[in-house]
Design a protein around this ligand. Structure first.
Ligand SMILES: [Zn+2]
Ligand SMILES: [Zn+2]
Length: 278
């Protein structure tokens, strides 16, 4: 079990989180966190409820830096952002980047949320993927890979998010070899970049997943390739800052991992540090 609590994937009222930056920092400190990274959704031109309003991005940066300063002698705080592939924000000032794909952009300029309406996803698969769920999943994995490579992301966000709607729509069998090969091929390309693969417990906290993203078969190969992982809560509510961390650790231990990475408790010694699992 890890005794070092941390999350590099934390939202706030600047985007779609329930708590202010300060309240989130307070809650993390009370739980015994040694480090905390804020990662509000970067501004985008559509679906404004989910992301930072472009005119508030500077305010977000300033607020996180203010709280970072306030907590400097107690808990290390970092200024990050979760960038969607369709984000329009400039990549400046941030200490790290989580790359995520939350939407398909259709030829009709519509945006289909990957972890949103099952109805929209069903229509998307029918209209743009010949009704083939695996074709949709292949598109998704290659978009994630291209984006992680493009921005040289530090963290791969909720890698197999397509499972969110698959659990409702049963678009494909997650044991299907074509599906698994597509997921693994894209993941392999990202491993070479040195990006951290996030073990994301946010879906469990919100009650719609029974296990973290990504699936165990992906974590297993990632380890064989020498990739590093980070446990993140994708926290939108301070009550769930370390939700299901025990479950994530058990999975990693069962796959042979003996450590995870996390944001360093001492920024002077570097941005990331290893934490033993045993
Ligand atoms: Zn996300
Ligand atoms: Zn997130």
């Amino acid at each position: 079990m890890i005794h070092t609590l941390s999350s590099a994937h934390v939202h706030s009222t600047f985007c779609d989180g329930k708590n202010t930056v300060l309240d989130m920092a307070r809650a993390a400190y009370e739980k015994g966190f040694v480090s905390l990274g804020f990662s509000s959704h970067a501004p985008q031109t559509f679906d404004p409820r989910c992301c930072i309003a472009p005119e508030r991005e500077n305010e977000y940066k300033k607020e996180v830096l203010r709280i970072k300063e306030e907590y400097a002698d107690r808990m290390a705080i970092y200024l990050g952002t979760e960038r969607d592939m369709l984000s329009c924000a400039e990549m400046i000032d941030y200490e790290y980047y989580i790359a995520s794909v939350h939407y398909f952009n259709t030829p009709d300029e519509d945006y289909i949320p990957i972890d949103g309406s099952a109805e929209k996803m069903k229509n998307y698969v029918e209209k743009y993927c010949d009704g083939d769920g695996i074709k949709m999943a292949k598109q998704y994995f290659s978009l994630v890979r291209d984006y992680v490579l493009e921005i040289k992301a530090d963290i791969i966000g909720h890698y197999d998010l397509v499972r969110y709607n698959n659990s409702r729509l049963h678009m494909y069998d997650e044991e299907n070899s074509e599906y698994r090969t597509a997921a693994l091929d894209a993941l392999r390309d990202m491993c070479e970049t040195g990006a951290l693969l996030e073990v994301n417990t946010g879906g469990i906290a919100r009650g719609y997943m029974s296990d973290p993203y990504p699936s165990a078969f992906l974590l297993k190969e990632w380890k064989n390739w020498g990739g590093e992982v980070i446990i993140n809560s994708d926290c939108h509510d301070a009550r769930f800052l370390d939700a299901a961390y025990g479950q994530a650790e058990e999975i990693l231990l069962s796959l042979g991992y003996d450590h995870v990475m996390c944001l360093s408790h001492n920024p002077k010694k570097g941005m990331w540090e290893q934490v033993g699992l045993k």
